[in-house]
Write a protein that binds this ligand. Structure first.
Ligand code: ATP
Ligand code: PH2
Length: 172
C-alpha cells in the first residue's frame, strides 16, 4: 500500500477564551513538527456568527505532510484537545478552534468532500474575513477551490468585515 503522499493543508486557528495568544503560539509550535511551511501573524477579530462572545485571535497556517484529509482533521482535534477545548455551543466560544480550510492532494488537485464530519473546502471559509485576511497575508496568490482567488473573495466582503480584522502581534 502507498500512503497519501505529501498533502498540503491550510488551517484556520482561532481562540477566544483563556490566554489566546499563548494557545495559538503553542499550537503553531506543535505544527512545526508536522511540516509547517508558512504561518500568518496573529489577528484580533470580532466574533463571527450568531453567538455573542469575546473577540478572537485568529491565524492561518499551511502544513505539508504525509497525512490524508481525515488525518489532518484528527490532528486538528488533537490540538484542540491539548488546549482543553470542550465541545458545546455551535459557533460558540472556545479555547482553540482548528478548521481545515482546504486540502491539496499530492497530485496538486483539491480534496473535495460533502461529508458533515469533514466538508472540504470548509463551507464557510469564503465569507470569513478572519480566515481570508491572514491567509492572503501569507500567500497573496492563494485560491479557495470552488470560490476563486482569496483577494477577490475579500474584495467582495463588506469592507467593515475586512477592517475588523486587525494585526495583533505588535499590540502584544
Ligand atoms: N473543514 C472542516 N474543518 C474542521 N472541522 C470540520 C470541517 N468540516 C466538517 N467539520 C466537522 O465539524 C465539527 C464541528 O466543528 P466545530 O465545533 O469546530 O464547529 P464550529 O467551529 O462551531 O463551526 P465552524 O466549523 O463553522 O467553525 C467537527 O467535529 C468536524 O468533524
Ligand atoms: N472572529 C471569529 N469568529 C468566530 C470564530 C473565529 O475563529 N473567529 N470561530 C467560530 C467557531 O465557529 C465562531 N466565530
Amino acid at each position: 500500500m502507498t500512503g497519501p503522499g505529501r498533502t498540503r493543508v491550510v488551517l484556520s486557528l482561532g481562540a477566544n477564551l483563556g490566554d489566546r495568544a499563548a494557545t495559538l503560539r503553542a499550537a503553531l509550535t506543535e505544527l512545526a513538527g508536522d511540516g509547517l511551511v508558512a504561518r500568518s501573524t496573529l489577528y484580533e477579530t470580532p466574533p463571527w456568527g450568531p453567538v455573542e462572545q469575546p473577540p478572537y485571535l485568529n491565524a492561518v497556517a499551511v502544513v505539508v505532510g504525509e497525512r490524508d484529509a481525515a488525518g489532518w482533521l484528527a490532528r486538528a482535534h488533537e490540538l484542540e484537545d491539548a488546549a482543553g477545548r470542550t465541545r458545546d455551543v455551535r459557533f460558540g466560544p472556545r479555547t482553540l478552534d482548528v478548521d481545515l480550510v482546504t486540502v491539496t492532494a499530492a497530485d496538486g488537485t483539491p480534496v473535495l468532500s460533502d461529508a458533515p464530519e469533514l466538508t472540504l473546502p470548509h463551507p464557510r471559509a469564503h465569507e470569513r474575513a478572519f480566515v481570508l485576511v491572514p491567509w492572503l497575508s501569507l500567500d497573496p496568490r492563494a485560491v479557495l477551490p470552488g470560490h476563486g482567488p482569496v483577494a477577490d473573495l475579500l474584495a467582495a466582503l463588506p469592507p467593515e468585515d475586512v477592517a475588523g480584522v486587525v494585526g495583533w502581534d505588535h499590540l502584544a
